[in-house]
Design a binder for this molecule. Structure first.
Ligand code: PEP
Length: 252
């Protein structure tokens, strides 16, 4: 079993190219990028190329925050996986709850986006998570099973080699409310069991499952100490180099 921790930022709709350059210049001064963990950043489309250039010479993987599943065509406003790959980016965040809730991303779309991302040899970071109402109605596992079944439909164990899953309870995103490490671990263990049932034990053992939802410098180490938490997807605290440096440098 080898699951290298992955700490991923998600800038959402923040930062211009100039601000991205400034951010990476600051981050490089603040961290040594420890070799036992990976770092990624989901940046806005217009910032991809500048971010790739600014992070050059570091191990940081630049990611897009969405993708369209066709390679090219009359799809005004959309961006394809080969276009993202051509910027030098290495990953795509797919099915973030903000996309599912505000922009209508469905399980079927998530599936097509993951397929296109894999075809372009990019690493998909597939987000799943329940709303507060679903958690309170005891539907968390059912919701996650459905999102995973739909999002990963048709894939084989070989397809899963580079797929990363991010568990992001919707009620914990941008709210300052974090799932306790024990609550998060319970869900991560469930997702790993689901992977074993849907694929096989090797996929379950090797797939990285990130936690996302108000991860901060002061709670990351405790979350990361849980057996099935393999990293974090970080929104708010990834916007400042100082706070993100503390997150990626957490004491293992
Ligand atoms: C996110 O954007 O995926 C996220 C988890 O945001 P925050 O860390 O701000 O809750």
């Amino acid at each position: 079993m080898s699951r290298k921790p992955l700490l991923a930022g998600n800038w959402k709709m923040f930062k211009t190219s100039a601000q991205a350059r400034e951010f990476f210049a600051d981050l490089i001064k603040l961290t040594q990028f420890k070799a036992d963990r990976e770092v990624a950043f989901g940046v806005p489309f217009p910032t991809l190329e500048a971010s790739v250039q600014a992070a050059h010479g570091t191990p940081v993987i630049i990611a897009a925050q969405d993708v369209y599943w066709e390679n090219e065509g009359a799809f005004t406003g959309e961006v394809s996986a080969p276009m993202i790959a051509a910027t030098g980016a290495g990953a795509v965040i797919i099915g973030h709850s903000e996309r599912r809730q505000m922009f209508g991303d469905t399980g079927e779309w998530v599936n097509k986006k993951v397929k296109a991302t894999l075809a372009a040899k990019l690493m998909p970071i597939v987000c799943v998570g329940e709303s507060l109402a679903e958690r309170e109605a005891n539907k968390t596992f059912d919701v996650l099973d459905t999102q995973l079944t739909e999002g990963l439909a048709g894939f084989t164990p070989a397809d899963m080699t580079t797929v990363v899953i991010a568990y992001e309870p919707v009620w914990a995103i941008g709210t300052g409310k974090t799932a306790t490490p024990e609550m998060a671990e319970e869900v991560h263990a469930h997702i790993r069991k689901w992977l074993a049932g849907r694929f096989d034990q090797a996929v379950a053992d090797n797939t990285r499952i990130l936690y996302g939802g108000s991860v901060k410098p002061d709670n990351v180490a405790k979350l990361m100490s849980q057996a099935d938490i393999d990293g974090a997807l970080v929104g708010g605290a990834s916007l400042e180099a100082a706070s993100f440096a503390k997150i990626i440098d957490f004491d293992a």
